[in-house]
Design a binder for this molecule. Structure first.
Ligand code: MF3
Ligand code: CO
Length: 261
């Protein structure tokens, strides 16, 4: 069952997403060599609660933290730890959900740590392009497969591969609602998009082969070939014929300045 949102509900989603976006901005301020992912997690939780939100990944199906922090070959759901110390040249995907007024926000950003190789920067840039190309397809009358096709074709043209095991999703009163939003697909396939649908679109793009495994902690997904992975996510509403982006990278952009790609 797909829940269509009213204009009022969409504004509540935007408010949750604003807190989330500001939290990503706080992460942009502190991500640097020597910082641990557990430090990021503590800062994020405090910041969200100070702003009247609830970090809703924490406790979700037993997940132990506010953030998913996935470094280099980790794709998604990396668990923050005092033992994970960021170093120059790493990349880190920070993915989180914020609940406020009964509505969940969901967004993720992959940050470079210090100077990162041109090869890896190209992966980040292409993955973010995939996200915006997918979003551009989130229009009334288009189909779900149009989103997946736009993402997959751009990633594969760049020589990268697309994760199949994890997908985007509807979002609202539940963190994960129908429909599943695959990052691969065929044009003209799948359900027709309607005004009021709210979707979290989240391409996970790999430099190497598309295969992933789950580490022994039961959560962390990483590439089998240990080549890097990138992940960007924004929540959007299908509205007035086009995509209305509810999440925001504007705070990240402000902090990163010319380092924002
Ligand atoms: N933010 C994630 C997503 O994009 C959810 C992570 S699963 C959790 O769907 F267990 F960490 F919450
Ligand atoms: Co999501």
């Amino acid at each position: 069952m797909i829940f269509l949102k009213t204009d009022e509900e969409i504004e509540l989603l935007r408010e949750s997403n604003r807190i989330l976006g500001m939290t990503l901005g706080e992460m942009a301020k502190v991500i640097a060599p020597g910082v641990t992912t557990a430090q990021l997690d503590r800062l994020a939780e405090e910041f969200i609660r100070d702003n009247g939100g609830i970090p809703s990944c924490k406790g979700y199906e037993g997940y132990p933290a506010t953030l998913c922090t996935s470094v280099n070959e980790q794709v998604v759901h990396g668990i923050p730890s005092d033992k994970v110390v960021l170093k120059e040249g790493d990349i880190i995907s920070v993915d989180l959900c914020v609940l406020k007024n009964g509505f969940h926000a969901d967004s993720a950003y992959t940050f470079p740590v210090g100077e990162v190789s041109d090869e890896v920067m190209r992966l980040l840039k292409t993955t973010k392009e995939c996200l915006y190309l997918g979003i551009a397809q989130a229009q009334t009358g288009h189909r779900l497969g149009d989103i997946g096709y736009a993402i997959q074709s751009h990633a594969e043209q760049a020589g990268y591969s697309v994760v199949r095991e994890f997908v985007g999703h509807g979002i609202g009163r539940e963190m994960h609602e129908e429909p599943e939003v695959c990052n691969y697909g065929r044009r003209g396939n799948g359900i027709v998009l309607k005004s009021g649908m709210t979707l979290a679109i989240e391409p996970m793009i790999l430099m190497g082969r598309r295969n992933v495994l789950i580490e022994d902690d039961g959560w962390t997904a990483r590439t089998i070939d240990r080549k890097p992975a990138a992940h960007y996510e924004l929540s959007v509403a299908v509205r007035n014929g086009k995509a209305d982006i509810l999440s925001t990278f504007e705070y990240v952009e402000k902090v990163l300045g010319e380092r924002y790609i």
